[in-house]
Write a protein that binds this ligand. Structure first.
Ligand SMILES: Nc1nc2c(ncn2[C@@H]2O[C@@H]3COP(=O)(O)O[C@H]4[C@@H](O)[C@H](n5cnc6c(=O)[nH]c(N)nc65)O[C@@H]4COP(=O)(O)O[C@H]3[C@H]2O)c(=O)[nH]1
Length: 804
């Protein structure tokens, strides 16, 4: 019982459904039992009543004749006995016998508060007729019936209630076991159901029988589990979507391009970090603004209004706008931006916003502009280059044709530029070009063009001239501005220029030909002596042709064996004894005749042909010296000229060593003549090459001393053995006091530095006396001998072999 109560209690608290169910079952089943019991009791009551009624009828039928006989016979005793017999019948409590005519016999008592039922019947005697003897009224007491009925009600109610209650409990227990506890499990599963335990399916604690598998609980469980699976799938999809969105938003946020997202009305909704970095605008502060209206600059607004109008139209029409725009940063600074503007469309293809991707292309733009500049301008001087110059020339010619005016074309070349570049170094050369460009430009008016064609060549275009004389005036102005010295490497250097002039349309109406003519005129100017200008004349074409021809002939001269070495003796000044010879190059061309080095060596230097030629000279000179020793027994030194370009050739030392090795000449007998200008270059490479040559035993001399920049200091730092005074000083020692003083000073200075001195260009005896007097060690010149071909030189040796 206790157990039952506890269970009931549990139902009441933990399982309201079970409790309610119990209550309903009890109430309904009790009602039902009550009604059915009432019907039953009522029917039993009716049965009891009808039984009494039947009993009355039985009394009537059973006793009517016997009582009538007793009355007829007036047998009182029998009557008494018969009445007592009736009264003893169950429930009969009262008998009233009315005897005709007026006596009455009453037996028994009628209960005062009890319910009774009476039945009366006549007692008759059938004889000759029918005689009514009396009437008997039988009264039955209904209390027994009622008491039975009450007892039955109590019994029925009690038993029915207990039955109902117990059955209900049973039903509830069954319900609880088979349904309610599973519902509770479901409820608690549903209560605890969260995103964290989506993986656990709902499981009911009941056997997995085929019956269980298909009942309603199984269906609900399946439905819940399916719902869970769908939810898991949804959650996973959502997580995936969220991850993708996170990824995309990270990508956008960290994108190296600036990103703006605008709504349909072009109001900014989002700006990424790069945008803020690029423009200086804080992302928060520009939300809601139009992308073209961010800066405060009214001018930018005006520019942008039209631009963004066309962007909007194109995006609507074509679906994309791409271009480069000049944007403004928050601080007002302008920068170049490459923009791509596209609509953001929804699944129906309607634009819901706009995506603006931007990239800072300022560097690229700068680079492009630089490239454009580089393509058209000379980097060093900033002047237009050959390409742009030719364009401008063509434009000027076209304009001149329209206006019937003249165009002057000037070709300028710096005299000795190569030499300055070689000796003072490239930096000095560059500075010279910059300064020369500045000076040329300063002589021209706005419509003229000055361009650098390359190297030390400049082109001046003078458009819109009315007469050719104007070109001469400009040329003179330019020559004049070149007069003041240039300051290069701290030294004052005089640089001149040669100018060639051709005039359109007089000399040609074609730009290419005009340039060629100006070039030819420039060579003519150079030949005039430097710092000159020349106007083109038709004969000049021949000169420039000659130059070209010479170049192509020189390229074949080595193969054709057209080069020859001449030798000029170098003697002791005091005794006239022979001590060495200088090898001097000659070019013996069948067409050109004997070409002197001054005519072809500069061209050989320009074209680079000097390297193979110099190699040939070196070998030839070394072999000659060895031959003289071998065939004539005369051992003298041999001097070989080395030009700057040759000296700087990476294979130069190898060339020298090779010649010495191949010929077997003692390195001490080889003297390399290096011009003063070359060593002024003062580079580490020059010093290194000179040191290596010195270490190999080769002697080194400074050639043409005095013609360069007369910087004496370098002589100390290089391993020179000899100094050759240039013939231009020696020539006038007897007539020019200054030259004499200079020669004296050079001799003293050289001696103080431990150098021997050779005087070049000694032509007269008086000069030998002077030099002897001043202590000049060696002399060379026509006075002793002109440079001679080998055979003649051998003859000279045989007759004048006073060798030291
Ligand atoms: N007026 C006059 N001139 C005299 C007298 N004595 C000699 N000379 C000339 O003076 C030049 C001396 O040679 P340089 O100063 O080295 O000047 C040489 C040298 O710098 C260069 N040269 C000659 N041969 C070679 C060579 O094989 N290689 C290189 N790189 N340059 C060479 O060509 C220059 C000219 O050579 P050359 O015409 O042979 O001219 C020679 C020679 O003929 C004289 O008493 N009076």
């Amino acid at each position: 019982m206790q157990k039952l109560l506890t269970r009931l209690q549990r139902f009441r608290t933990g399982s309201p459904l079970s409790f309610r169910l119990l209550a309903y079952i009890i109430v309904f089943s009790s009602l039902f039992t009550l009604i059915s019991s009432a019907i039953q009791i009522h029917s039993d009551y009716r049965k009891d009543l009808s039984q009494i009624d039947r009993r009355m009828k039985v009394i009537e039928t059973g006793y009517t004749s016997s009582l009538a006989r007793s009355l007829w016979a007036l047998d009182q005793k029998l009557l008494q006995t018969q009445l007592e017999g009736i009264l003893s019948l169950p429930d009969i409590v009262h008998l009233r016998l009315k005897i005709e005519p007026d006596s009455e016999l009453v037996m028994g008592t009628i209960p005062r508060d009890g319910k009774t039922i009476s039945h009366a019947f006549e007692l008759t005697h059938r004889g000759d007729g029918m005689f009514t003897l009396g009437e008997l009224t039988v009264t039955a007491d209904l209390r027994g019936v009622y008491s039975d009925m009450r007892q039955r009600v109590v019994e029925v109610l009690t038993t029915q209630f207990l039955k109902t209650f117990l059955i209900s409990i049973l039903i509830i227990l069954i319900f609880q076991h088979f349904v309610a506890r599973h519902l509770s499990t479901m409820a608690s599963y549903a209560r605890n159901f969260s995103l964290n335990n989506l993986s656990q399916p709902l499981k009911l604690d009941r056997p997995d029988s085929p019956l269980n598998r298909h009942d309603e609980l199984a269906q609900v469980t399946d439905a819940i589990n399916q719902m869970r699976e769908r939810l898991v799938a949804d959650v996973e999809r959502q997580a995936r979507d969220a991850e993708e969105i996170r990824k995309f938003s990270k990508a956008i946020e960290q994108s190296p391009s600036s990103v703006l997202i605008c709504d349909r009305q072009w109001h900014i909704e989002f700006a990424n970090h790069k945008f803020a970095q690029l423009t200086g605008f804080d992302a928060e502060s520009i939300i809601g603004k139009h992308p073209g209206m961010l800066s405060e600059d009214a001018r930018a607004h005006r520019e942008n209004r039209q631009l963004w109008q066309s962007i909007r139209l194109q995006v609507q029409r074509v679906g994309v706008w791409q271009g480069e725009i000049n944007s403004v940063r928050k601080n007002g600074e302008r920068f170049w931006e490459q923009l791509i503007v596209t609509p953001i469309k929804n699944s129906n293809g309607e634009a819901t916003g706009y995506l603006i991707l931007g990239e800072d292309i300022s560097i690229r733009k700068r680079y492009e502009q630089q490239l454009l500049r580089q393509a058209n301008y000379d980097i060093l001087t900033g002047l237009p280059n050959r390409m742009l110059a030719l364009d401008r020339l063509k434009l000027a010619l076209a304009q001149a044709r329209r206006e019937s005016s003249l165009v002057g074309v000037m070709f300028l070349d710096l005299d000795n530029f190569k030499h300055i570049n070689d000796t003072l170094g490239h930096d000095a050369g560059d500075n010279l070009l910059i300064e020369a460009a500045r000076r040329i430009s300063s002589c021209l008016r706005g419509t003229s063009t000055v361009a650098r064609l390359g190297g030390d060549e400049f082109l001046v275009i003078l458009p819109g001239l009315t007469g050719p004389e104007a070109t001469a005036q400009v040329a003179e102005r330019i020559l004049k501005t070149f007069a003041p010295p240039y300051l290069l490497n701290g030294q004052e250097v005089f640089v001149t220029t040669s100018i060639g002039i051709a005039i359109f349309p007089n000399d040609s109406d074609n730009s290419g030909t005009l340039l060629q003519h100006a070039d030819a005129a420039m060579y003519q100017a150079k030949h005039k002596g430097k710092s000159a200008y020349a106007l083109f004349t038709p004969e000049m074409t021949e000169v420039s042709h000659e130059r070209l021809q010479m170049e192509s002939l020189m390229r074949r001269a080595l193969e054709q064996n057209e080069f020859e070495l001449y030798y000029q003796p170098i003697v002791r000044t005091d005794s006239g004894e022979l001590c060495s010879a200088e090898a001097l190059l000659r070019w013996n061309n069948p067409g050109l005749g004997m070409v002197m080095p001054d005519r072809f060596i500069p061209l050989a230097e320009e074209t680079g042909l000097i390297t193979p030629i110099g190699e040939w000279v070196m070998r030839e000179a070394c072999f000659a010296a060895v031959r003289w020793k071998e065939t004539m027994g005369i051992s003298i030194g041999i001097s070989v000229n080395v030009s700057p370009r040759q000296f700087r050739d990476p294979g130069f030392i190898f060339t020298v060593m090779n010649a010495l090795e191949a010929s077997g000449l003692n390195p001490q007998q080889l003297e390399l003549e290096i011009t003063e200008r070359l060593i002024l270059d003062n580079t580490i490479e020059t010093a290194d090459i000179l040191r290596q040559l010195d270490q190999s035993g080769v002697r080194l001399s400074v050639d043409d001393f005095g013609t360069g920049y007369s910087a004496l200091s370098y002589l100390k730092s290089y391993p020179f053995d000899t100094l050759k005074i240039d013939k231009s000083f020696v020539r006038d020692v007897m007539t020019e006091q200054d030259d004499a003083a200079l020669v004296k000073a050079i001799i003293n200075m050289a001696h103080s530095l431990g150098l021997r001195v050779i005087a070049e260009g000694v032509e007269e005896e008086a000069q030998t006396h002077f030099l002897q007097h001043e202590g000049c060690d060696y002399s060379q010149g026509y006075f002793y001998s002109r440079p001679l071909p080998e055979d003649a030189f051998r003859e000279w040796l045989e007759t004048n072999h006073r060798v030291r």
